[in-house]
Design a protein around this ligand. Sequence first.
Ligand code: FES
Length: 286
Amino acid sequence: MHRRVDRLIEAQERWAKPVGQWNQRWIAAAFAGSGPLKDLLNGVWLGHPVHPAVTDVPVGALTAGMLLDLTGQRRAADVVTATGVAAMVASAVTGAADAVDAHGRPQVQATVHASIMVGSLAAYLASLAVRAARPSSRTLAVSLALLGYAGVASGAYVGGELVYGSGNMVDRHAWRTGGARWRRLDVDEVPEGAPVQARAGQDTLVLYRTGDAIHALHDTCAHAGGPLSGGTVIDGCIECPWHGSRFRLSDGRVVRGPAVYDQPAYEVRAIDGGGLEARRLPEPLD
Ligand code: FES
């Protein structure tokens, strides 16, 4: 079944791609210059994307609201449904902060997901309006809420596919284990003031020299895989050239999103007789 649904989602590319790009332009303009706000919505402070955590609130509240509606507990159903609708708006804002940096297949999926959720929100808002204006029209209010709930369930499926199927906002180093083994680098010299790409076994690192110290991070950005060696160094951090995430060179700590996960960091030392070697540092505890 999931293959059929995937094909159905991908068939939406014709309209979803241009709509998604248009949405990304105005959302990016709205977030321009609001770095801390976008970091807050992405989840840099939490070390985890905020959106999937927030979405649990409307899904839970709207499920409860549906059950209360169907069992005739009107007052409780209205309050819980209104709570779910308010939480949908909060989910939309956090989702927009993530979707603005999605490209390719994830962007299409994000646009389909958001479009279904907006339709669902409209159905729920109509349901709330009917509840407030015509308390006797319970059948219409509940029908609209059920329609909205079908949208929430469908949109949640697409959102799940976006994360679990396409890996959007998943840590690019989730399966990369640490290790105390020193591995020889394929560069012998690191000039000061410019990022240098180097291989250490299977891994590609970015090296940056400051005086006698050579800082090293994994080259693949934790957010979506951008090459940090193509980035720029600002205030002791390297900035990814794709979406502008910044990681502290000394320990890989993320200091600006959209990445929410730290970057694997390495220590580098000279080898007797010439050359350099690196090994992964333990993750910072705080
Ligand atoms: S790939 Fe998105 S910020 Fe690096």
